[in-house]
Design a protein. Structure first.
Length: 286
């Protein structure tokens, strides 16, 4: 190795990294705003996700970004983009399919026996939309031939993924888990065979209302009580006290004998809540 190579400075500088002080400020704001814990081990991940924001704002460093947020007047304008950058949006059609088997095999027939005229469902943390559209396919198919209607509310903290969800356009490969009979009925293919995207049918899109909502808020303005609430793979990002607060507020919006679906990796054991577990991470309001 030449002497020049040995003394050449690193391409990385302090501007490429978030200082300990600023990481603490960002992590505290993210936790207070979104309930998401940001341990020190996620500093590199946070740097990666925020570099696009530095570029968009024309800022030279993370220090300048944090000064803009916390010492200037940038939080009102930038706070939404910061939270969008740190939220994780992993989602698929028919994700955790055992839940949908239970929904179709047990829950919906029960609702039919009870004589429900309208089923109200809420997909909390809906991401780009596969979960509420999966629900819409199944509810629409079940309602066919019955005097039954349904409505779905889909919410998320991230405003960017909500725009994707509203459009209802996806790479065709993303709909591989959708059964063929539902694909034929509810998915529109483009006239141009070279295109690799598809769109959810308009009658299904019109059955889903999308809105921005923060599960850290003290009240969830969803209207009348819900018969179904899907809030899956969200609690894993919260600490235990926040998990209990969020689930308690979800229950407030759940009708008597309504069902709450959580993610398969999530647990609310030890919480004193008016819920009875009826299947794997499926709970019924007592």
């Amino acid at each position: 190795m030449s002497l020049a190579a040995q003394v050449r400075p690193s391409a990385e500088t302090a501007a490429d990294h978030i200082s300990r002080r600023n990481f603490s400020r960002l992590a505290d704001h993210i936790y207070r705003s979104a309930g998401i814990k940001m341990p020190e081990s996620k500093r590199t991940m946070l740097e990666g996700r925020l570099r696009r924001r530095l570029s968009a704002l024309g800022l030279p460093s993370f220090d300048a970004y944090c000064d803009y947020l916390f010492d200037g007047d940038g939080l009102d304008a930038e706070g939404r983009h910061l939270i969008n950058a740190v939220t994780t949006n992993k989602t698929d059609f028919f994700r955790e399919p055992a839940h949908f088997d239970y929904l179709c095999g047990t829950v919906l027939p029960e609702f039919a026996r009870l004589g429900l005229g309208t089923i109200r469902a809420w997909s909390a943390a809906c991401s780009t939309g596969p979960e509420p559209y999966t629900l819409a396919m199944l509810l629409d198919e079940f309602a066919a031939g019955r005097t039954l209607s349904y409505g779905i509310l889909a919410t998320d903290l991230d405003t960017e993924v909500l725009e994707t969800a509203r459009r209802g356009i996806y790479p065709v490969e993303q709909l591989d888990p959708v059964p063929e009979r539902l694909m034929r009925k509810y998915v529109m293919r483009p006239n141009d065979p070279s295109r690799r995207d598809v769109r959810i049918a308009p009658e299904l899109r019109s059955a889903v209302g999308f809105a921005q909502m923060n599960l850290m808020d003290s009240y969830y303005p969803v209207g009348q009580p819900m018969h179904l609430i899907f809030c899956r793979n969200v609690l894993i990002y919260f600490d235990k006290p926040t998990q209990k607060q969020v689930v308690s507020r979800l229950i407030e919006q759940l009708s008597p004998n309504g069902y709450l679906f959580l993610g398969h990796s999530e647990s609310i054991s030890g919480f004193d809540l008016p819920l009875t577990q009826v299947s794997n991470t499926v709970f019924k309001r007592s």
